[in-house]
Design a protein around this ligand. Structure first.
Ligand code: URA
Length: 240
């Protein structure tokens, strides 16, 4: 038995604010177990009650977990006055009040991004203590060499004097490289290459832990994933 006020349930499980949820309930748009309920304080059981909004079922989920193939030109933020954000790309059915990106990609970086309203998960995945590796594909102004590979392995010292953790650098084609890092400093990959006298022309994140960017997930596309799978492939990927 998991009791919850109807207005809170509707607002937590949809993109509606609490006052918008109350308005919809009072307008008779919400039904519980096939009966219209106009009382916002009506008590439901999140495990068993069948709740609909305008005839559409609201399925109870404590949290939502999404992956996105972030396109270039979109900000990794929840809201911005001028520029489109990753949250603007989320379809209505996945919108939640506290939905936010787990970590940041630059405006011009593309690729794998996790979005969730589970604050504890966000905290864990961005924590350097968890050492979840992230792999990026970089297009560069010039080819990498063996000294670059060694410098990445030894720990690049950025222009502000910060030393990065050991990273793996591999050639991935003509003026292309793959880099695996275990932390997420501001503009980290771009600054690591800059420290080697190189320049990143394009950057794409292709994996986080064992979670890979699905090949069929086009830029701007979003997919819901299960918490168990996400946890197993990211934060817990080293645990047996
Ligand atoms: N490193 C960068 O420089 N930019 C990103 O967006 C991610 C990692």
């Amino acid at each position: 038995m998991n009791k919850c006020r109807l207005d809170r349930f509707v607002s937590n499980q949809t993109s509606l604010s609490r006052s918008e949820a109350i308005k919809e309930i009072k307008r008779g748009k919400v039904a519980v177990d096939n009966k219209t309920v106009k009382d916002p304080s009506f008590s439901i059981d999140t495990d068993t009650s069948f709740v609909t909004l305008s005839g559409e079922e609201i399925k109870y989920k404590k949290h939502i977990y999404l992956i996105m193939n972030k396109p270039s030109g979109v900000l990794t933020a929840t809201r911005d006055k001028g520029v489109k954000t990753v949250i603007d790309l989320v379809p209505e059915k996945y919108r939640r009040k506290d939905l936010s990106p787990a970590g940041r990609l630059d405006k011009d970086t593309t690729g794998l991004l996790i979005l969730t309203d589970d604050g504890a998960f966000v905290h864990n995945i961005i924590s350097p203590k968890k050492m979840v590796p992230k792999v990026y594909e970089a297009e560069l102004i010039k080819d990498i060499n063996d000294e670059d590979v060694k410098a990445f392995f030894d720990g690049i010292v950025l222009s502000d004097g910060t030393t990065c953790l050991s990273a793996t650098l591999k050639k991935a084609g003509d003026k292309k490289a793959k880099v695996k890092i275990y932390e997420g400093k501001y503009h980290q990959v771009k600054r690591m290459f800059a420290a080697r006298g190189n320049k990143v022309l394009a950057l794409k994140r292709v994996s986080i832990g064992l979670l890979k960017l699905p090949e069929n997930l086009m830029p701007g596309d979003i997919k819901e994933v299960s918490f168990d799978d996400l946890l197993r492939k990211t934060i817990n990927y080293k645990q047996k």
